[in-house]
Ligand binder design. Structure first.
Ligand SMILES: [Zn+2]
Ligand SMILES: [Zn+2]
Length: 403
């Protein structure tokens, strides 16, 4: 087996330069034109077959090894967030209201490093590595867009892996665990339609504000009274707007929020109960309502395939000490890598990247930053996982297991 640790460490200055350049020039989902151009030029320089415009602004590189064999997909996301960076770093965002506040700049730089390591070692492993530089991970459906554009065909991947830097965990710690890992996410919107009127004559109105307040209370009882205690679910309301004058009873109230679940049955229970609660309260007060679950923004749960998690763990054990491989509880955040993992067995990995001074801001915070020492670690890890799967992992994929 090739050990990519030293090869990746030698790339450190280049990885940092790439990451800082992307950090200074953040691009939102489906707008990653400059980023994609840099990635595509790098892949072509390495003589890697390169497709651009995959899922609008995605880039796919296919690195061919020494001969026929399976295909493994590695995914790196590229998009930034609509956040104004608060940083004195020399590499702070140069674009107002745009920031790499989740670390996808680091992922893109790592992906370029992985491309280089794999291109230079291609005689030493069989099969193909498909490098997906994905647009629009931050809630915009980038993974699904690349799937619709055929990223899972020609050739179809036999395995898929992705990692995320994590600045709340010690540098070099990582997770490679099987089973549920990140929650499914739903977005919902509610509108309550009452009958507005004079604040001095409530008897002539149907007060949408008051009904909204009842709904807020009742919705928060669903988790505690209808979901079994051993299951995991979140129902959070993020907005509630009603009325705009002190002496006018509100005609309408609007609410929005998110659901987080792991099991489809639990998700269905939540949705059903929300509908019943709305129907009951609005009927009691004589109001009407709309309840809109935005299916187009649904993100499934991330589930790591046990065999792929084991392959990732074996590969990681060549680079990391056993105590660096940590076990964490499933997270309630979501990730659209789940769209790929629902179709291809794989594993999603978190890699600790806490700055030496401690993190000033968590992910999606204006003060977010990472420890750049994570760049060669992630680069080596992904190259190691891909080649470990191609050289050794496929022997575990006995045909008898694939009935
Ligand atoms: Zn994020
Ligand atoms: Zn992210």
């Amino acid at each position: 087996m090739i050990n990519f640790r030293d090869l990746a460490q030698a790339l450190m200055p280049q990885l940092v330069a790439w990451r800082r350049d992307f950090h200074q020039h953040p691009e939102l989902g489906f707008e990653e034109v400059r980023t994609a151009d840099i990635v595509a030029a790098h892949l072509r320089n390495l003589n890697i077959e390169t497709s651009v415009g995959v899922g609008k602004t995605g880039v796919v590189g296919l690195v061919r090894g020494s001969g026929p064999g399976p295909t493994v997909l590695l995914r790196f996301d590229m998009d930034a967030l609509p956040i104004q960076e608060q940083s004195a770093a020399p590499y702070a965002s140069q674009r107002p209201g745009r920031m790499h506040a989740c670390g996808h700049d680091a992922h893109t730089a790592m992906g370029m490093g992985v491309a280089q390591l794999l291109a230079h070692t291609r005689e030493q492993w069989p099969g193909q590595v498909k490098l997906l530089f994905q647009p629009a991970e931050e809630g915009l459906g980038g993974a699904l867009a690349t799937i619709r554009d055929g990223v899972l065909t020609n050739p179809r991947p036999d395995a898929a892996f992705a990692l995320h830097v994590w600045n709340q965990a010690a540098l070099g710690t990582l997770t490679v665990q099987a089973g549920p890992f990140m929650a499914a996410a739903d977005r919902f919107e509610i509108e309550i339609i009452g009958h507005g009127g004079h604040g001095a004559a409530p008897e002539d109105t149907i007060d949408a504000l008051l009904i909204g307040a009842q709904v807020v209370n009742a919705l928060h009882h669903i988790i505690s009274r209808n979901i079994p205690p051993h299951e995991t679910a979140v129902l959070s309301l993020g907005s509630f707007h009603a009325g705009n004058a002190f002496n006018v009873i509100a005609q309408r109230a609007t609410l929005s929020g998110t659901l987080r679940t792991f099991e489809p049955a639990i998700r269905n229970t939540l949705i059903d109960r929300m509908g019943q609660v709305l129907e009951g309260i609005c009927t009691a007060y004589g109001a009407s309502y709309t309840f809109n679950l935005i299916e187009a923004e649904y993100t499934p749960a991330v589930r790591n395939d046990p065999r792929m998690a084991e392959i990732a763990r074996q590969a990681a054990s060549n680079l990391f000490e056993p105590q660096q491989i940590i076990q964490i509880r499933p997270m309630m955040v979501s990730e659209d890598m789940s769209e790929i993992l629902n179709r291809v067995p794989g594993c999603y990995i978190m890699l600790g990247a806490e700055p030496e001074t401690g993190a000033l801001g968590s992910h999606h915070n204006p003060k977010f930053d990472i420890n750049e020492e994570v760049l060669p670690l992630g680069t080596a890890l992904m190259a190691q996982i891909a080649t470990h799967f191609l050289l050794d992992g496929t022997s575990a994929a006995s045909p008898t297991l694939m009935i």
